[in-house]
Design a protein around this ligand. Structure first.
Ligand SMILES: C[S@@+](CC[C@H](N)C(=O)[O-])C[C@H]1O[C@@H](n2cnc3c(N)ncnc32)[C@H](O)[C@@H]1O
Length: 266
């Protein structure tokens, strides 16, 4: 599978950085809380998969200290290449084939990465090989099947729901599952991980909120891909963006399923 399958590959540099930083602002607090619950501490060797704009990588370098290490892997490391820290290593690679030693990490984190990989099982299996026996993993993936307009002008709600169908179709056309998040617990359970804890965050948000803004940014960047599915028009995209700005319009934009689990110790 080529690396070009990441749907935001062609996005303009500054727009993509802005979108990734908006994601970090909204979702880092929950991610940090889940990661901290694993017991992460000084000395730990950590892997951040799909590091994006790098905030979790940077935060983990401080948590593990000089005696620990964080390896940040991404297909495109333009936003993390300049992280200045003696205990960070940035690798531009596909997680499915990353040249790292098996059983070398105490902890692995990935947020919103597997959903972009059609054969995500290969990525997951590589991640589990890299994890030490007894090591911890936190995976957070979206579930777009939770998305729906709740309150707003009827025509606007219809456009929002049509955009949600376009998201489903776009992922399906690429061989990807827009509801991957909600399937994660069962997938990880079948891989014999233990001590699973699962959270399903499906915030009901109004226009102008962090989540609405993130989804508006994604919609602007992916508008042509959504339109190409045949599910939406330019008018629907326009209405979605206005809805996402309207403080009186409410929606569940998507859910995030976060799973924390431990690899069986041998
Ligand atoms: C939606 S962004 C999420 C970024 C970050 N994890 C966050 O939540 O803020 C997905 C990231 O995963 C990276 N990515 C996608 N497919 C990948 C792969 N096969 N191997 C490594 N990184 C990948 C993308 O380049 C992008 O930086």
């Amino acid at each position: 599978m080529s690396t070009s399958q990441y749907v935001f590959t062609d996005s303009q540099h500054s727009k993509e950085l802005e979108r990734l930083q908006a994601i970090e602002k909204v979702f880092d607090p929950a991610s940090r809380r889940r990661i901290q619950a694993t017991g992460i501490t000084t000395n730990w060797q950590c892997l951040e998969v799909g590091a994006g704009a790098g905030s979790i990588t940077q935060w983990m370098t401080a948590v593990v200290g000089e005696s620990g290490k964080v390896v940040a892997v991404d297909l495109d490391t333009r936003f993390v290449a300049n992280i200045k820290s003696s205990n960070v290593e940035v690798l531009e690679a596909d997680i499915r084939h990353v040249p790292l030693e098996n059983h070398s990490f105490d902890f692995i984190h990935a947020r919103y990465v597997l959903i972009h990989i059609s054969d995500f099982q290969v990525a997951l299996s590589r991640m589990l090989d890299l994890l030490k026996p007894g090591g911890w993993i936190v995976i957070e993936e979206p579930d777009f099947s939770a998305a729906r307009a709740i309150v707003g002008e009827a025509a606007a709600c219809q456009s929002v729901n049509r955009v949600n169908r376009a998201i489903l179709q776009m992922f399906a056309n690429r061989g990807m599952d827009y509801a991957l998040g909600v399937k994660l617990p069962a997938i990880l359970q079948q891989l014999s991980l233990q001590h699973l804890s699962v959270e399903n965050d499906a915030p009901l948000s109004n226009g102008g909120s962090g989540v609405a803004t993130v989804m508006k940014m994604s919609t602007v960047q992916l508008a042509e891909k959504y339109i190409a599915t045949g599910e939406v028009t330019h008018e629907d995209i326009k209405k979605y963006c206005l809805f996402a700005d309207d403080r009186n319009a409410w929606a569940i934009y998507y859910a995030t399923v976060g799973v924390t689990a431990q690899k069986t110790a041998v």
